[in-house]
Design a protein around this ligand. Structure first.
Ligand code: ZN
Ligand code: ZN
Length: 251
């Protein structure tokens, strides 16, 4: 399985991350990544930039050296089933939005509460990806969440760093999620969650785990820019029309 897109990376705009967009473009070229997204934390997180960061990403180039960069956010799933912290007026500035559970924003409680909060985010119309849902601090009714994600055309993220150095104990949950996605006929992205450009495109553990359980690459949107952009076209994202060559590149 070859992964040519990475949908989750943090720049220096999230203060616990260490690379700039220049670093990411250089790393993408070196590593054979055709498309990546910068997805810094939304401001509700203590290390997130001001919303102006997200509204001004239009000043950045679309492509450098044939490699495209999507302007994204890693937003927060909010308590009280109020969806995500993405303001409605920011939606047109975002090519891609992830929503994740983060402890500083939503204190862990119980499975039913987490499941309702996740489904509120999924059905908000503001996001395309559910970020690192295998976190054992936030148990979920995975079947209910995957069904809701499929019904609202939101991809499930399998996060490589959840297998490595973040959110210890995620692995069995991520494997269960992949099995459910396959059984329920849905889609995932494999993503690095890079906090420095050295990690961009590092999804080797996702690939190894998927191959071990026979998870088909046809369910992985990150195998080509064309597949990922087609998915974003289903969300009416104008970026797709700005990248016609990559949009045609299906593998
Ligand atoms: Zn996160
Ligand atoms: Zn992240």
């Amino acid at each position: 399985m070859q992964i040519r897109c990475d949908t989750h990376a943090h720049t220096v705009a999230s203060t616990h991350a260490y690379s700039t967009v220049h670093d990411y473009w250089a790393a993408a070229k070196q590593k054979g990544i055709d498309l990546f997204a910068i997805t810094d934390h939304a401001p509700t997180m203590p290390d997130g930039p001001h919303w102006w960061h997200f509204g001004n990403m239009k000043v950045l180039p679309r492509m450098v050296d044939g490699i495209a960069m999507l302007r994204g956010v890693e937003a927060n799933i909010l308590p009280d089933c109020s969806g995500t912290d993405i303001p409605e007026n920011l939606k047109p500035f975002l090519d891609i939005a992830i929503a994740s559970f983060h402890e500083p924003v939503i204190p862990p409680s119980d499975c039913a509460t987490h499941t309702r909060a996740a489904i509120a985010a999924i059905s908000s119309g503001c996001i395309q990806i559910l970020g690192h849902p295998g976190n054992p601090n936030f148990p979920l009714d995975y079947e209910e969440v995957v069904r809701a994600a499929r019904d609202h055309n939101v991809a499930i993220e399998i996060n490589n760093s959840s297998f490595m150095h973040s959110r210890a104990g995620s692995e069995p949950n991520c494997l269960k999620l992949m099995e459910l996605v396959d059984r329920l006929d849905w889609k995932v992205v494999f993503a690095s969650d890079a906090h420095s450009a050295f990690s961009l495109g590092e999804v080797d553990t996702c690939i190894a785990k998927a191959e071990k359980i026979g998870f088909p690459s046809s369910r992985v949107l990150s195998t080509s820019p064309g597949r990922l952009l087609q998915f974003l076209a289903e969300h009416d994202k104008p970026v797709v029309a700005e990248l016609p060559e990559l949009a045609a590149d299906f593998r």
